[in-house]
Design a protein around this ligand. Structure first.
Ligand SMILES: Nc1ncnc2c1ncn2[C@@H]1O[C@H](COP(=O)(O)OP(=O)(O)O)[C@@H](O)[C@H]1O
Ligand SMILES: [Mg+2]
Length: 306
């Protein structure tokens, strides 16, 4: 488990992260969304013991990252793909990975097995001897990801892993993240790609120095937009709108063509009464469905609102 308690970091005059309280379960894929300068990188660097918090702390697997001895153990259990990963450009992919695996004290036998596995999964096996300096951005990123995983960490932090990639390379990386998730690893993904967050992650936190919201995409949608249901009628009449607006549990009603978009706090509980009411008024209900809000709507509402 990753748990942050009042975690914060100041740089001279700037507060980069403030009072972050977050709990991420083992095996969960979590995305941190936020505009540039929101404090995403700073948070990940603190969690990976690269910089110290100025307030609060965090626990990785119950180990306090303020504690020097714990830091050594934490480093063994985490893998980080930084924003700008530096590789040894003159070395081949295999040698790059082998070098880092040695740093982590991985045994020769495990190194060979793990590196072979990673290079094959990432389609780099045939080019393992070529200097990575000649690789495309996407290939370099794959080597960097493999490097973050070479010691089989339980927790994987990725700081905008697809930001500089073309769509095809980004998809390879994303698919690989989904594989890691299937393996049960805990993923902490910094991204400003909403679609990526939604595809890869179970829960999303929106950060702008402070944590603005956290939840599953569905939870965020209902929290920030209410739970909306669409009632499609053969014909919407003004009295339908009036009737629904007078119902106590109805928060909002609006008309879109031949549909009524109705917001209630608990659709399961409140929708049957709405259907009954409409039918009692002679309305012909052709179908009823949940209105899904996109993550983009939520994100813009949270960070766009000044
Ligand atoms: N080493 C540093 N020295 C001074 N300010 C920093 C440093 N690192 C980050 N900051 C500041 O902290 C804030 C958060 O930055 P960062 O964590 O990089 O955000 P994000 O990754 O979300 O774009 C920014 O205002 C940034 O300028
Ligand atoms: Mg960043």
């Amino acid at each position: 488990m990753i748990e942050t308690v009042g975690l914060g970091r100041r740089f001279e005059g700037t507060v980069a992260v403030e009072d972050l309280n977050l709990s991420i379960k083992d095996g969960e894929a979590f995305a941190f969304l936020g505009p540039n300068g929101a404090g995403k990188t700073t948070t990940v660097r603190m969690l990976c013991c690269l910089i110290a918090p100025t307030t609060g702390t965090a626990y990785i697997n119950k180990l306090d990252l303020r504690d020097a001895e714990s830091q050594l153990k934490i480093r063994q259990s985490i893998g980080l793909l930084p924003e700008n990963p530096g590789l040894y450009e003159s070395l081949g992919a295999y040698r790059n990975l082998d070098f880092f695996a040695r740093l982590y004290g991985v045994s020769a036998k495990d190194r060979e097995k793990r590196i072979t596995e990673l290079l094959k999964t990432l389609n780099l096996w045939d080019r393992r001897e070529e200097a990575v300096g000649k690789f495309s951005k996407g290939m370099k990123q794959k080597v960097a990801i493999a490097r973050a995983l070479v010691h089989e960490p339980e927790y994987i932090f990725l700081d905008e892993p697809t930001a500089a990639l073309d769509p095809e390379a980004a998809k390879t990386v994303r698919d690989f993240l989904l594989e890691l998730k299937k393996e049960g690893r805990t993923i902490f993904l910094n991204t400003h790609n909403l679609d990526e967050a939604q595809r890869v992650c179970d829960r999303i936190g929106v950060l702008r120095t402070r944590l603005l919201a956290v939840g599953t995409p569905d939870e965020l949608a209902s929290r920030f937009f209410g739970r909306a249901t669409l009632f499609q009628l053969r014909e919407v009449r003004p009295e339908h709108l009036q009737a629904l607006r007078s119902m106590p549990n109805v928060l909002d009603v609006r008309q879109e063509d031949s549909s009524l978009i109705v917001q209630v706090s608990d659709p399961k509980h409140d929708n049957p009464a709405i259907v009954s009411r409409l039918v009692a008024m002679g309305a012909e209900v052709s179908y009823v469905e949940e209105v899904k809000r996109s993550l983009e709507d939520i994100y813009l509402k949270l960070v766009g609102g000044g």
